[in-house]
Design a protein. Structure first.
Length: 367
């Protein structure tokens, strides 16, 4: 069942935003693309446009001021048409190309390269009259209309502020020579373009902030959605806990299986137990093969007793070893001396016992 929008009070996760992006839902301001296009157009105007304007002025000056000097034969007209047409074609091609690249860059700078067919999928809501009415007269549509009106008012006011000081010049423009007319028009046009770029730049920053806020709001999540997403990404917490318990139990079983192989068990006497293995010539130092506290320590003692592994009670050493050494690691150097004494005694007793058993065996064989 679809949740009520009022329940979506939590900020969207990065996963939710990434999924929205895959569907083509990204924060995007059309004003930024317009800013790029307008800037590219002005840049072309300042470079190729001025040069082409001077050439056109030169041609028009000859044609208007001294028409008797202008050749009207077919060859001259053809050369003039090709020359003027070629320059205009270069100017138009450069302008269109710059505008196309700028428009593409204006979109890429906001959302990066993104290709998705989600927007092209047929949806019933796109042909629904009710959904269409909401799109035309909804809050977002009204906000867009309000922004457009405000921008239009500001642009008209700025244009008036720029053109008003040139009102007197406008009255004498018709009487000016073409060579003097073009710089004046270019100057006024550039003033208008730069003012328009400034307005669009401010509007684009504000509009992008609004679009991003709307995007975040549109993708807000409910607490249930957050839980479902966590289960999807991280797995069910109960299952994870059960798997962790299984892994811990298996690790504990492997550890207990090594207790009968230990050389000595050092205890606290009941709260801590550390099983050490030392084989002369094989291990450079005693290795911790098992350790535990409380019930686990008691279980280690039980297995050690059943396997005839010596158990030595040394509370300070047992606590120190438990805190400083991990499983399958050699004991720290600062405990070598204390452990060496214990293992030395145990190995000595074992050697004497083995020697006594061997002597008793020889006596029995001789008898």
């Amino acid at each position: 069942m679809e949740e009520d929008e009022s329940q979506k009070t939590e900020a969207p996760s990065q996963y939710k935003l990434d999924e929205a992006r895959k569907k083509g839902d990204v924060p995007k301001s059309q004003d930024i693309a317009t800013l790029f296009v307008l800037t590219a157009g002005v840049a072309v105007l300042l470079t190729l446009g001025l040069h082409s304007a001077h050439d056109l002025t030169r041609y028009m000056t000859i044609f208007i001021e001294r028409p008797e000097q202008f050749a009207v034969d077919s060859g001259a007209l053809q050369r003039l048409s090709l020359d003027v047409g070629g320059r205009l074609a270069i100017l138009m091609s450069a302008t269109v190309g710059a505008i196309f690249i700028a428009g593409l860059a204006g979109h890429l700078v906001q959302s990066g390269f993104l290709f998705t067919g989600e927007k092209m999928k047929p949806k019933l809501e796109k042909i629904s009259p009710i959904a269409g009415f909401k799109r035309l007269f909804g809050a977002e549509a009204l906000l867009t209309f309000a922004k457009t009106v405000v921008k239009l008012i500001i642009i008209c006011w700025v244009a008036y502020a720029i053109l008003a000081p040139h009102a007197k010049e406008m009255q004498i423009l018709v009487a000016m020579e073409p060579a003097a007319l073009m710089p004046v028009l270019v100057k006024i046009l550039l003033e208008l373009c730069f003012a328009l770029i400034g307005i669009i730049a401010v509007a684009s920053v504000a509009d992008y902030a609004i679009q991003r806020f709307s995007w975040i709001k549109r993708n807000r999540m409910s607490k249930q959605e957050q839980k479902d997403e966590y289960k999807k990404l991280e797995g069910d917490p109960q299952i994870k806990m059960k798997l962790r318990q299984i892994r811990m139990q298996r690790g504990r079983n492997r550890m207990m299986a090594k207790v009968p192989e230990a050389t000595v068990i050092i205890t606290n006497p009941t709260h801590y137990a550390v099983a050490l293995l030392y084989v002369a010539g094989e291990t450079p130092a005693p290795v911790c093969v098992a350790k535990g506290v409380d019930n686990l320590a008691l279980k280690i003692r039980e297995i050690a007793t059943e396997s005839d592994v010596p158990i030595i009670e040394d509370p300070p050493l047992a606590r120190a070893l438990y805190a400083s050494v991990d499983l399958e690691e050699t004991i720290p150097a600062e405990h070598y001396q204390a452990v060496a004494k214990i293992i030395g005694v145990i190995l000595g007793v074992a050697a004497r016992r083995k020697s006594g058993d061997s002597l008793q065996s020889r006596v029995q064989n001789a008898a």
